[in-house]
Design a binder for this molecule. Sequence first.
Ligand SMILES: O=C(O)[C@H](O)[C@@H](O)[C@H](O)[C@H](O)COP(=O)(O)O
Length: 255
Amino acid sequence: MPKPQVIRHADKAELGVSAAQRIFEVLTSTLAEKPLAHISLTGGSMGIAVLAELARHPRLSEVDFSKVHFWWSDERFVAAGHEDRNEQQAKDALLSQLDIPAKNLHIMGSTDTFETPEAAAQAYAAELAEYAEKDDAAPVFDLTLLGMGPDGHIASLFPHREEIHLREGVALAIHDSPKPPPTRVSLTLPVIRASQRIWFLIAGSDKAEATARLTEAAKLSDEQLVGEVLTETPAAGARGLAETLVLATEDSLTA
Ligand SMILES: O=C(O)[C@H](O)[C@@H](O)[C@H](O)[C@H](O)COP(=O)(O)O
């Protein structure tokens, strides 16, 4: 797996426009070669800002979204439609404006549809398996977008907890998340890593410490991305099969 590459942006606005253009290019190039494109979305302010920018892309209507499937790397286990829901924020920013079949939006379960986040995680794993090739557990995402918290978390995989180290399983329930709301569903790191491209979307000086740890870990080999490195900075473990980009603003790269 190639090592992460940092791409610097003056500010959040430039990062949003640049990432939206890159996503447009991945969508068009993927659909030129394959019948479907699988994109895994993330929550968080930068992840949603990029979707809003993509909604404004002048050539977006050239994409046949009936061939695009959207997945989530994590979701807050609250009522469907709640403003905290990553899927609701993604719909408000972009998805509701697209001519896309509902079945192409692979929404993680909510408190309306499942008794427990464990049940929601199990159902999501089954949905991922339906779209997997051969006997894989999930489709290989053509693109995974990831925000990163100031503590170095990705999706709902937080530092100093066991979940980032899980090598079995596809999706899991997260309780007592240090980032509210407390109950979530998240993909495991192996499923996130089964992405052709992983792009981090990082903005803000509050991310500088974690981004410095991420870029330091970028020098390590895949085999070294274990133990303390992951415990301290879960984001360090996310590497795409073909590409890992750290799309970051200057103020997040200053430590
Ligand atoms: O559900 C979530 O909260 C997100 O998936 C989370 O992983 C987010 O991407 C990071 O916390 C970065 O969020 P910001 O871009 O808002 O800092």
